[in-house]
Design a protein. Structure first.
Length: 145
């Protein structure tokens, strides 16, 4: 059995980005600066610029600002998050949705406003606010007795 064979599925081999290797979880060192242009980020993260632009549409935590000339300027934290996204997708085999959930669980990815959980929280907040107002009114009424 080769080093890239799947022990749970004889004859099935992992190839390309999914194949385990010594580079698993390792990132290129990040230059000592705070802002990066898309070409620099592509080199550091080791993906093509179009992949970075696509990930911007899928992950709310990646929002580079634009320079006066319209170029994307990534912050240091954006680059670190992009490295984590690449690790989840390429090294660990997560789907985009799975990587998004993983980043959300670690606090790196905000919840989308149209997420059903956000809507449930809003309904609960409204109910609790109304309940609080009722309790305050009852307390004031009891204080008057």
């Amino acid at each position: 059995m080769g080093s890239k064979d799947r022990p749970d599925r004889p004859g099935l081999r992992l190839v390309g980005a999914l194949a385990p290797g010594p580079e698993l979880g390792r990132h290129r060192p990040l230059p000592e600066k705070y802002e990066f242009r898309i070409g620099e980020v592509a080199q550091v993260v080791e993906v093509e610029p179009h992949v970075l632009r696509y990930w911007e549409t899928e992950f709310r935590s990646i929002r580079p600002r634009k320079s006066p000339k319209g170029q994307r300027i990534y912050s240091r934290s954006d680059v670190l998050t992009l490295q984590k996204i690449k690790e989840l997708l390429y090294d660990h085999g997560y789907t985009i949705a799975g990587a998004r959930r993983k980043l959300r669980a670690t606090g790196r990815e905000p919840i989308a406003p149209d997420d059903p959980v956000v809507q449930q929280v809003d309904v609960l907040r409204t109910s609790l606010t109304a309940l609080r107002e009722e309790i305050v009114a009852l307390i004031e009424e009891l204080d008057g007795l």
